[in-house]
Ligand binder design. Structure first.
Ligand code: ADP
Ligand code: GN1
Ligand code: MG
Length: 374
């Protein structure tokens, strides 16, 4: 999109500054994100403008209502705590000129604007255990803040988002339809998934019985959805709130494992480079339990290790499903991108499986070490 179009969108938000320039920003797979620079009486300010992906999110107004409630609640709690950095610690929506949390353009697309979190950045690949600890502590703190959200149940912005057995059903349908004649290319992946069918319901079943409680969770805790401070490396702000909705803390922890322990990029094609790095997982446990440990029940604690691989497995399955469907969901940068991503996730799944016993021991030890009493 041209920056001239962006300037028309920009005018519709309540920004007391002159639009200067806008450019595509970040490496998210879903929304169209732009960083826009403004001049406010000689001072350069940045904002994030985002066009919501309506193919993925069918009901943007209720999605925006979720985000409005969650961000307002977080800001309120941080203000009550007297946090001097509260505007950096939680996303802040900039309303439209009409006071709404979004604006709609002439083509019917929904746009929203956030204050730009300065002096912090996201990472597509982990560099240090300190980063894993900080990211996990920030996601745990986010869950804790969300646990006091007042009002009715949040809308499910994508129904059954992490219901892994239903994701497998979608995979099987895509395979049956084989809309792009790609099924022959994914024989190894089909077998890989068939061999693991018994694992798919490990969280869904316990949620159905109520042993694992439904909580307000983030549901997309990939490493590049948390901003780390440029100087201290601390987890400053959790972003990408489109999937904040009812879920399980185990989805959040398991997705951290997927993105923060991988020794390679999400789409690495040299699979010999892909492995689950145990020191990163240990740092995730430490960081997560430091902020979220005191509200977890026994099933959740047990599940941290047990379901460590689930989101890696599920995400790989989603990538291969999208490949079969003709790449209609995730943004791609090359023809077989989704297949590469899937293969990388499955290689990582195998690496997690190979280290499962140690993961269970570590999870237990860290929980005891955290000295959490209930
Ligand atoms: P997507 O849903 O497509 O992943 P995100 O909301 O994660 O979109 O945004 C994409 C990228 O834009 C992020 O990874 C981050 O680098 C950057 N970003 C998003 N919101 C902000 C913000 N408020 N301040 C600074 N950078 C941001
Ligand atoms: C998408 O929006 P982004 O890039 O942070 C996806 C996640 C996947 C992830 C895989 C709404 O996350 O569920 O795990 O890609 N988000 C949605 O990288 O589907
Ligand atoms: Mg994102």
């Amino acid at each position: 999109m041209e920056s001239t179009d962006l300037s028309a969108i920009a005018k519709r938000f309540d920004i007391r500054a002159d639009f200067v320039v806008a450019y595509p920003y970040g490496s998210g797979h879903i929304n169209d994100t732009y960083c826009a620079e403004y001049d406010q009486a000689g001072h350069r300010l940045r904002y994030i403008h985002q066009r919501i992906n309506q193919h993925v999110f069918k009901d943007p107004p209720s999605l925006m209502e979720n985000i409005r409630r969650v961000t307002a609640h977080n800001q309120q709690v941080l203000a009550q705590e007297g946090n001097p950095e509260r505007m950096r610690r939680s996303l802040t929506l900039v309303p439209g000129m009409d006071g709404q949390s979004y604006v709609q353009d002439s083509e019917g697309h929904y746009w929203r604007t956030y204050l730009f979190i300065e002096r912090a950045r996201t990472y597509d690949k982990i560099v240090s255990t300190a980063q894993a600890r900080s990211a996990a502590a920030a996601f745990g703190a986010f869950q804790k803040l969300a646990s006091t959200l007042p009002g009715e149940r949040l809308a499910e912005t994508i129904p059954d988002f992490h219901h892994t057995p239903k994701r497998y059903e979608a995979f099987r349908q895509a395979l049956e339809q084989d809309a792009c004649n790609r099924a022959a290319e994914v024989k190894a992946e089909i077998q890989f998934l068939q061999e693991r069918e018994a694992d798919f319901a490990m969280v869904a079943n316990l949620m159905e019985t109520g042993d694992i409680p439904e909580r307000v969770t983030h549901n997309d805790t990939k490493l590049n959805n948390v901003m780390l401070d440029d100087v201290t490396g601390e987890g400053v702000c959790v972003i990408d709130l489109d999937t904040v909705m009812p879920g399980s803390v185990l989805y959040d922890f398991s997705d951290m494992v997927r993105t923060a322990t991988n020794s390679a990029m999400e789409d690495e094609t040299d699979l010999s480079k892909v492995s689950m790095q145990m020191p990163m997982l240990e740092a995730l446990l430490e960081g997560y339990l430091s902020t979220a440990g005191d509200f977890l029940n026994d099933y959740e604690v047990d599940g941290l290790g047990r379901s460590a691989k689930l989101m890696t497995l599920e995400c790989g399955m989603r990538f291969v499903t999208d490949y079969l469907n003709g790449d209609r969901y995730f943004k791609i940068k090359r023809p077989a991108h989704n297949l590469d991503r899937a293969r990388c996730q499955f290689a990582l799944t195998k690496s997690i499986e190979a280290q499962q016993e140690t993961i269970m021991q570590l999870a237990h030890r860290h929980y005891v070490d955290a000295g959490i009493s209930r």
